[in-house]
Design a protein around this ligand. Structure first.
Ligand SMILES: *Cc1c(COP(=O)(O)O)cnc(C)c1O
Length: 510
């Protein structure tokens, strides 16, 4: 993605000669189509405002006593452009008579490879790149790019809240389990409507902590599915326990509840359903089987934060729920993070202790623990993202709905659509279809520069580290051969979706 910083002279030109100068109109039109990011540098704030006020005076022939409204300008600018924070290190050459030019140049390096500073100031232009005029900038706009995930658009949307929160942590200095973590735990618990939320270091640790909390030990059996991300299985085996597999329902990819009972033995301790791609498993049915057999239920809700099952939120449905805030999950941090949830005060207390080396108070270790704490920076990011999360869920649902509509309209028989049960809403961690000859379909789509992914290409019992020979679950095997995830994020436009589906349909026909 390209980034364009408009300096004060450029922004004045945009306002002043918008309709007269064809270089500027061409640039603005291209930017609009490509949806490239335009930035203003905070270090030029006063220069920008004073230039715009001068433009106003000329345009409206105001006399010098009239006051122009700075706040209107500021609002208008903030709606159209992203503000790029100026940092103390931006000015490096104090002898430069235009030291702001040096600062702009350094700020553009911070934005990344494809960043330029658009200007009409001839002195700045004579410095060469990153300074470019409107015509040169036009040549740098990438027409079109489709990303599998898009974290940039969201970041721009919440940038001021985000940067303020990060700076607050920088300054208060409580970097691990600081005040943001406690605030996040409250917000998360409230969001999914459970009593206790325990913020942890990542989704994998969340599973480990949950299983340690119910005392899983060598020889125990955990009932789960083999069609999941390896983390689910990894933590079972790390504790010396054994994953006992139940096949998936081929429509939802979640555990087939009709097959659970026959997998229960005297060693069974828990059922660990995985809410794959953002849709909950049939949790009422699972809880009923579990309570009849004296088993715990642990929800692997790493992909389903925000999803609902019979109007209740994922993460509130088992004895314990574990979720992940890996950056590309529906709610993602800027690094690793996760959380455990429970309604049970005793289990909550134990999980809190395990998270922090099994301590009940400082340097007093009452049980085996781990270092599973969350960073304050990640909590700060998550709090900022939580504010737009409902809107993003709605957008994910619209994106999923549009995909389904486009594929249905095509009447192509070659695609099996995702299926969401009537009593569920998905958080659409993935939009995953099934196709025959997946590899060649995927390659043909990739040739159109459209990224797709396979979640997951192998059942877990075939993975070398957790090999279980002599078993085979047909629905899981078939799914691992046919599933294909299309780009999915809240900011995917309908035009982009059309071109994705067109490439898919062509790829299937060839
Ligand atoms: C992502 C994921 C995990 C692990 O979460 P991390 O935060 O990456 O450790 C566990 N289970 C499933 C199903 C996942 O998708």
């Amino acid at each position: 993605m390209s980034n364009f910083i408009l300096d004060a002279s450029a922004i004045e030109a945009v306002y002043f000669s918008e309709s007269k100068n064809s270089d500027i109109t061409d640039y603005l039109t291209a930017i609009e189509i490509a949806k490239s990011s335009q930035w203003l540098y905070m270090g030029e704030l006063s220069e920008i405002l004073s230039r715009l006020l001068l433009v106003d005076k000329e345009a409206y022939k105001l006399n010098s006593n009239d006051t122009c409204d700075t706040s209107d300008h500021l609002k208008e600018l903030s709606d159209t452009y992203n503000w790029l924070a100026s940092l103390p290190g931006d000015v490096t050459d104090y002898s430069d008579k235009d030291s702001l030019a040096g600062a702009l140049s350094n700020a553009s390096i911070r934005l990344g490879d494809n960043s330029v500073v658009v200007t009409i100031d001839s002195d700045r232009l004579s410095r060469g790149e990153p300074f470019v005029d409107f015509q040169m900038a036009l040549g740098k706009i990438n027409k079109y790019q489709i990303d599998f995930f898009d974290l940039k658009t969201q970041q721009n949307r919440i940038r001021s809240r985000l940067e303020t929160a990060l700076h607050t942590v920088l300054h208060h200095g409580r970097y691990v389990m600081g005040p943001e973590v406690e605030e996040l735990e409250k917000s998360l618990a409230q969001y999914v409507d459970v009593e206790y939320s325990i913020a942890v270091s990542n989704g994998t640790d969340a599973l480990m902590i949950a299983m340690m909390a119910i005392g899983i030990e060598p020889g125990d059996e955990i009932i789960t599915t083999p069609f999941t991300f390896m983390a689910t299985i990894e933590m079972i085996t790390a504790l010396g326990a054994k994953p006992v597999y139940v096949d998936i329902d081929p429509r939802t990819f979640n555990i087939d509840t009709g097959m659970i009972e026959q997998a229960i033995t005297t060693n069974s301790r828990a059922i660990l359903p995985v809410n794959l791609y953002g849709q909950c498993a049939d949790m009422d049915c699972i809880s009923e089987i579990a309570s009849r057999n004296g088993l715990y239920v642990i929800e692997d809700a790493a992909q389903s934060f925000g999803a609902t099952y019979k109007n209740r939120f994922s993460c509130s449905l088992g004895d314990i729920a574990c979720t992940s805030f890996y950056p590309t999950k529906p709610l993602g941090a800027y690094g690793d993070a996760g959380a455990c949830f429970t309604h049970d005060p005793e289990i909550a207390n134990v999980m809190r202790q395990i998270r922090d080396h099994g301590q009940d108070r400082r340097y007093h270790h009452v049980r085996a623990g781990v270092n599973g704490r969350m960073d304050s920076l990640q909590a700060a990011v998550l709090l900022a993202k939580l504010e737009v999360f409902d809107d993003e869920l709605e957008k994910r649902n619209q994106v999923a709905g549009r995909y389904t509509e486009l594929i249905e309209e095509s009447k192509s028989g070659g695609v099996i659509l995702p299926y969401v049960e009537d009593h569920n809403t998905s958080s659409w961690a993935q939009y995953t279809i099934q196709v025959a000859e997946r590899e060649s379909v995927q390659n043909r789509i990739a040739a159109c520069e459209i990224p797709t992914m396979v979640h997951y290409p192998s059942t877990t019992y075939r993975q070398p580290v957790a090999l279980q020979e002599g078993i085979e679950f047909l629905n899981s095997e078939r799914a691992s051969e046919a599933v294909l995830s299309l780009p999915m994020h809240p900011y995917l436009g309908s035009e982009q979706q059309k071109s994705i589906i067109n490439s898919l349909l062509v790829a299937i026909k060839d």
